[in-house]
Every structure is written in structure tokens, then in C-alpha cells.
Design a protein around this ligand. Sequence first.
Ligand code: 1OR
Length: 325
Amino acid sequence: SVSAEPISVDSESHEPLPVFPKSDDQLRRIKASIKDNFLFRDLDEEQETGVLNAMQEMHTTRDQVVIRQGDLGDYFYVVESGLLHVFVRKDPPQGLWPGGRSARQEVPQPGAHAEFGKLVQECRPGSSFGELALMYGHPRAATVLAMEPSTLWSLDRITFRTIILKAAHRRRTMYEQFLSTVPLLASLSATERSKIADALVSTVYVDGAAVVRQGEMGDTFFFVEEGEATVTKSHEGDDGELKELEVGHLTRGDYFGELSLLTRAPRAATVSAVHRGAGSTLPKLKVAALDAQAFTRLLGPLREIMERNAGTYGNYGSPHLSYSR
Ligand code: 1OR
């Protein structure tokens, strides 16, 4: 449900955010639930504490409507346990439900799912939902129904916008700036680059560490964000010994890892963080990664450019790279 619509971020609010004291057990359960959730990945410690403080534990019954399509958005939810289904109706009811009451107080109506429309998604432990209305100020885009008794953590709209959205906005702006300097992406629109920005995950490598290894299967694509990397291939020398030969050097804005994804072949070379000399001011190698799914979805249109560029890898005089394949 990631969209590249502009996110409007509120101007600095001085309202104190809610604090609901929690037991160690509750804190442990929230942390486990948000561990792999991308909306929480860029929070620093202070921001994470603010979010944990504001969360409220909630237990649904089976068939409880947690969000109703068309309502105004009030809360964002993280699933700790249970199972919820997301339904979308083509002709959503207009405006608020009678009395403007929130779906959280809705009386469950066992078995009556058809009125909610088509099943589009399942929410399992560790996932979250209800962010869209809070991000874009739209009515709820779908109905979310508990299929079994579920434990959720709800986060109010103000805390969601003040902490999570601001962090997401900062991260998107930072990546957009970087991506606008990447030559491969020059032909894409700003919106297409924003979608890539939202899908990137950065990792820093210590000198000498390998990001990808020749011969391994790969399902990730990378941009060099900071620092430099060397591309090496192992070659059998005349004496029969395996030698590591440097065939390329990558700097900020370069990309690698596309060959395995385009050809489904093992990695054609090893790419590792350069050894920075003593006194070097070069930062450590930092790469921004896209998984195979995002690569296909977002960089599919660039396939031809990448294939054309790869044609120069065998050419040792190439200015960019020179893997011989
Ligand atoms: P919300 O605040 O609009 C409903 O409240 C939530 O359902 C929504 O945020 C998302 O978190 C979640 N379309 C719309 N909302 C979805 C969808 C969805 N999947 C989950 N939600 N899909 C598109 C269907 C045409 C499914 C995408 C896989």
C-alpha cells in the first residue's frame, strides 16, 4: 500500500503526545510486532519511545470491524496476533456513518462479509494497516475486519503524523535527493523516483566486507550511496592458483547487482567495500538496496538501458565497469 502521493507533514506541533504507561511484557510484545515493519525502520530511539508510549493495546472479537471504508481516519494499527481481512467496495458509502461514530465501537455482525466488498489483503502478526487515511487525509480506503480474536496496538493520528510520518518524509526526501543524481534513473519522473525512494533500505559495510559474492545466487539490487566499492573476479592463474582480479571500481551513484536479477544467473563478480588508506577522508561504503520484487516493479522500464550498459562489462576499457563474463 505504499503510494508516492505527496505526504503533507504538519508544521511543528507543541501539543504533548499521549503517554500510556506499559509493562515490560507489553513493551516486549510491541517491539516484536514492529520489528520487520518498514514504517518503523527509520525511527531513532527518542522517536521510537514516543511511539511506544502512545500505543494502546486493543483486543478484538471475531467479526469485529476495526476500520470501515469511507470513515474518517483516527488510528493506525499494528497486528500482534490474530488475523484480519481487508475488503474494498467499489461504491463505498458516502460520508460518515450515522452519528459519525467510529468503527471501533461498531457492534460485530457475525458472518456478514459480503457487504464489505472484495477481499484484497490479509493482515497477519507484524503487519499494520490504517496508515493511508492518516497520511493523505482521504476517507478510509478499505474495511478491515477481524477474522479471529486479534490483539492490536493502536496509534493515534497525531502521534502517527508527528513521529512516523515525519521520519518517513525525511527519509523520502533524503533518498529522492540522492536518486536525482543517479545517471541510470535520469529518464524517470520524480514520482517514479519517489516510489524507488520508499522501497530502498541502506546498509553500511566495513572496509573489505563483501556486499555480493561471485557465484552466489542474488535477489537484491544496489546503488552506491556513499564511499567506494571494488569489483573483483577470481581467475585461475598460469600456476593454477585462484587469483582475485580487480575488474571495476564503483563510486556514489553507480549501481550493481542487476545482472543476476536480469539473467537469473549467479553473481558474476564480487563487490566489496574498498580498503580506505590511513588518513583517508572517504566515508565507509553505504549501499541502498532494492529487493527483486521492487527491482522488477520499479526498474522494469530501465531493463534495456541496463542490458546495454552490461554489454560494456566485457570491455576492459569501459569507463564504468569491466566485469568480463
Ligand atoms: P486506510 O487508512 O485507508 C484501510 O484504512 C486500510 O486498509 C488502508 O489504510 C490500508 O492500510 C489497508 N487498498 C486500500 N487499502 C488497503 C489495501 C488496498 N490493502 C490494505 N489496505 N489494496 C488495493 C485494492 C484495490 C490492496 C493492496 C494489496
